[in-house]
Design a protein around this ligand. Structure first.
Ligand SMILES: *Cc1c(COP(=O)(O)O)cnc(C)c1O
Length: 390
């Protein structure tokens, strides 16, 4: 990262102010209010090795630097790194491991994280164990030998389980491991894992941070200077860096994160209340429900319950398959976290790669990414689809 001081206006400011200003300041040459897309690969040097902090855009680019400073500020961390996708970000973190090391992975982790660990890291000599991280005592009692990383999501995808970040981090630290939190579902607006002791936060910025289904990206934040140096080394060596335009789009998305998340929360709460009453739904999974097993932990570590809702179709897989094709505003698609509402069948779509593994999901499960459209329209759309399979 460059040495440029980007803290200025955002220093000590509130979350909404930092979402708009952290890492960003009027362009010094033109006064442009928005951080420009520095569409450039190399930079002029006045003498050998003498430059303004940038020499080659794989190593650093000013648009990327702004994004890296911004996400570090929002996650209350010291060091931020941007990657070309969420999986590239996860990969950069996992490269800290050496053969023989073990990863403990939540037993309903994102399918792509499972695929990376099982399909890429396992053949390279790393071991992994799936664990129910909603039960910290079981993990402590049954600690898998050689574990160096505990990789958790909260809320989880697609089960919407809540993992107590502070409790799992304590157990990881007591056993000489680090705790990595994939904070994609909650975003730093609702949850800041580093504040609960976690060592590293990973994001697919493709989701809520970008927020408009128009850019793929990944981010990592840590307070650990040595781990940060390793991440910068991998970022520069392996080169899975985002393009300047992608950094610009992500920065633009982040500016409205707080207002979008407030609306996601409200719309999701209204939909959950409707689903709870509908006969075509046998079970609703949402951490905001008082009866959710992780509700207390969610209240402690989150400031809202987010826009992701999963439910079981009372009619099983056939009903689930049918109903996901009946909505008109909820689009049948993978991905999540954007302004538009999406619906999907995790067992056959996002989590198909986990079939036959401990991470396999129930085939009656339907996942909603509740967008920020009019609440009444979303309720009506979902209700007519559910009615059609009742
Ligand atoms: C989408 C997603 C990822 C992977 O991110 P990409 O940007 O698609 O590579 C990782 N974790 C979670 C929780 C996700 O939803």
């Amino acid at each position: 990262m460059s040495e440029t001081d980007y803290t200025d206006r955002a220093e000590g400011a509130g979350f909404e102010t930092r979402a708009i200003h952290a890492g960003q300041h009027p362009d010094p040459t033109t006064g442009a209010v928005t951080t420009p897309i520095y569409q450039v690969s190399t930079y002029a040097q006045t003498a050998v090795g003498v430059h303004k902090g940038y020499d080659y855009s794989r190593t650093a680019n000013p648009t990327r630097t702004a994004l890296e400073h911004c996400i570090a500020s929002l996650e209350a961390g010291a060091h931020g790194y941007a990657f070309s996708s969420g999986m590239a970000a996860a990969d950069a973190v996992l490269r800290w491991l050496t053969p023989g090391d073990r990863i403990v992975l939540g037993d309903d982790a994102y399918g792509g994280t499972f695929r990376l660990i099982n399909g890429v890291y396992k053949p390279a000599g790393m071991e992994w164990t799936a664990a129910d991280l909603t039960q910290p005592d079981t993990l402590a009692a049954d600690w898998p030998e050689g574990t160096k990383i505990v990789w958790l999501e909260s809320p989880t995808n697609p089960g919407l389980n809540v993992v107590d970040v502070a409790a799992i981090t304590q157990i990881a630290h007591a056993n000489g491991a680090i705790c990595v939190v994939d904070n994609t579902f909650a975003t730093p607006y609702l949850q800041q894992p580093l504040e609960h002791g976690a060592d590293v936060v990973v994001h697919s910025s493709t989701k809520y941070l970008g927020g408009h289904s128009d850019v793929v990206g990944g981010l990592v934040v840590t307070n650990d200077a040595a781990f940060g140096e390793q991440l910068a080394f991998v970022q520069n060596s392996a080169g899975a860096v985002p393009a300047p335009q992608d950094c610009f789009l992500t920065l633009r998305g982040i500016k409205t994160l707080p207002v979008r998340m407030d609306r996601h929360n409200d719309n999701a709460a209204a939909i959950v209340a409707m689903l709870e009453e509908h006969p075509a739904v046998s079970k609703v999974l949402y951490p905001g429900l008082a009866g959710h097993p992780g509700h207390e932990a969610a209240r402690r570590q989150m400031s809202g319950y987010g826009g992701m809702v999963s439910f079981h179709a009372a009619g099983g897989m056939d009903a689930a398959f049918s109903l996901v094709t009946k909505t008109k505003i909820f689009t049948l698609a993978e991905s999540l976290g954007a302004v538009e509402s999406l619906i999907e069948h995790p067992g056959a779509m996002t989590h198909a790669s986990a079939e036959g593994s401990p991470l396999e999901v129930d085939d009656a499960l339907v996942r909603l990414s509740v967008g920020i459209e009019s609440e009444a329209d979303l309720l009506a759309d979902l209700r007519q689809a559910l009615d059609s399979v009742s």
